[in-house]
Every structure is written in C-alpha cells, then in structure tokens.
Design a protein around this ligand. Sequence first.
Ligand SMILES: Cc1ncc(COP(=O)(O)O)c(C=O)c1O
Length: 359
Amino acid sequence: MPLVPPYIASLRPYEAGRSIDEVRREYGLTRVAKLASNENPAGPSPLAIERMRHATAALHLYPNGGLDLRRELARQFDLSVENVIAGSGSEGIMANSIRAFLCDENEVLTTEAAFIGFQVLAKSRGVTYRTVPYKNWHYDLEALAAAINERTKIIYLANPNNPTGTIFTKHEFDRFYAHVPERVLIILDEAYFEYAKDNPRYPDSMHYRYDNVITLRTFSKVYGLAGVRIGYGFAHQELIANLLKVKLPFEPSTLAQEAGIGALADKEFLHRSLELNARGIRYLSESLLGLRYDVPASDTNFVMLPLASDQEATRVTENLLRAGIIVRRLSAFGLPHAIRISTGTDEENQAFVSALALS
Ligand SMILES: Cc1ncc(COP(=O)(O)O)c(C=O)c1O
C-alpha cells in the first residue's frame, strides 16, 4: 500500500494566478493589471472592513461557527437559520459537502472543464469523476440527465458558470431536475449570482427550492472579500445539519463572519461594483467581438476567450504579460486553447483591449 494514495499523487496542485509583484519584477513594469482571478477591481466593501476592525478587540475568543452570519442571512432571505451554513469561502462548503455525502463507490458528475476548485476537491476524494461536453459553451443539461447512473451521488452545476460565463434557465433546470433521483445531491454554485440576477432569463435558485439541492454563494466576488474567505449555502435543514457535523467547528473565522455581515449591509458598494462590472463586461464583450473574436455572452465578471490553439493561447498570454496584463490560462480547467479575462477598472479594461489588439 503506497504512502500517498494514487488519486492524490496524480493530482496537479492548484496553481494560483501570477501575482502583480511577481509580474512587475519579472517584466520590469511599473503598472500591472491583474485580470486573472475574477476579483473585484473596486477593492473590498468598506462596511466589511469597518466590521472587521471593530471585531479585532475580541480576537482572543474562539468564533461561534458562523452563527451570527447565518442568523443575518436567514433574516434577509426569510429562511430559518437551520437552512443556512457559512464557511471558509463557498469552496469550504463544497469541501464539506464532498466529505459529508460521498462514499467510496459513488460518482461525481458535471460538465467538462468545470470550475477548477470543484474539480480538485472532487478528484482528491478518489471517486469516479465523470463529465459531459459543453454544448455551445453551455451546460448540456439533457446530456447530464442522460449520464446519471445508479452510482451518481453529486452533480455539480455552476450558474452562472466559470469559466464560460454562461447561464441556464429555470425551464432547462426543471427538465433536467425531473431526471434526478432524490438520493443525488445537486451542488448549485451561484458564486456569480449578483452579476446575473437582473437578467430575466437567470433563475434565482431561492425561487425553486428542492430538498436535494444546496445553493452556494460567496462574498469573494462582488463584495470584494476573496482574501477573507467567507461564503454561504442554503439548503434543506437535514443537509445543513449533516454539513455542520463535518465542518471545522471554528470555521468561518471571526473576521470572516463579521466581514460577511458588513458586506450584506453595504448596498452602496454592491451597486457601485455592479455598475463598474456591467460597464466592463459590455466594453470587453463588444471590443472582443469588434476584434473578431468569438466570445460567449457572459453573466459574470469575466469573459472567456477561446483561441485558435494552445500555442496561440500561450502567445497571447505572454504578449499580454509583457504589456502588464495578467489573464488566466484555462489549461488546468481542461481548456488549453482558452483564456479568461476578469473585468478590471475602466482603465485596466482599455489597457487589455489595446494590448490584445497589438498582440
Ligand atoms: C464557480 C465558482 N465557485 C466558487 C468559487 C470560489 O469562491 P470562494 O472564494 O467563496 O471559495 C469561485 C471562485 O473563483 C468560482 O468561480
């Protein structure tokens, strides 16, 4: 028996994007724009920072497992606290879902090139990981429904999806859901919910609750708190009760919980961030189409740019780096010929388009 299980040994460690400092040093640049990790270019929510500052006096005490944030979310979303969980980012809750609900003989089912965080978590559990291809860069929910077998236990759907930026509708979900047995857990990842919610075609999963579906959301994106690690989930109380059994007792941290509560109250920041992003997405999408690139319509804070080949993706990424623009290669997701560009400030978006046009 090997020390390291083969399914762990064969994993590739998560590769974080290049840091601004690293690129600045390597390319001798003064200004670098990081458009690689779907972060908020407006910075963190000021009310979140204020709440964290206030909380520092009590940092010698252990946190209460996210109870204050759960209560606040329950109040705002008109739920019972038993239907809410808070975690170290939505990935923390994803990890706990995999721990709580998957057995060795179970299978995980999702789309090809799914969100890398989910891929790593599911594969590290050592179970069979099955995918179906995209259909025009959208989840092929019909093919996913047809791929369910007696061993399927978790189906992962991100709506909107990372890295394609695309959404599915309620009608599409309902037709799919009719084929999903009750014993299957659907992880419905809505990390980009806030960016999509005003699109009439986008279904807010809080309006279609099912007992075997957990909705995940995060403060990492529109609230600008990716560095704090705070996310939340809504589900049937039995699912939540079992997740609470496997969660680290003191997750999320006191500061993370306070940041979440502050961010929820920060309507001005939310509004400003959404406006900046809407402008950015419009500009990036129109500019890319103008440069004759074919990009899927995005309901998120990023656009995916499929290029002609892996070599072309390498060339374009390298040229952009030289111009001080960091974008995300999607090789680790399973799309070596594609890159992903997050919206930045207006100036950063313009710098990206100018650099791309020259590359
Ligand atoms: C689809 C999706 N889910 C979850 C996450 C991670 O969110 P968190 O920072 O809350 O763990 C991301 C971040 O990129 C994402 O794109």
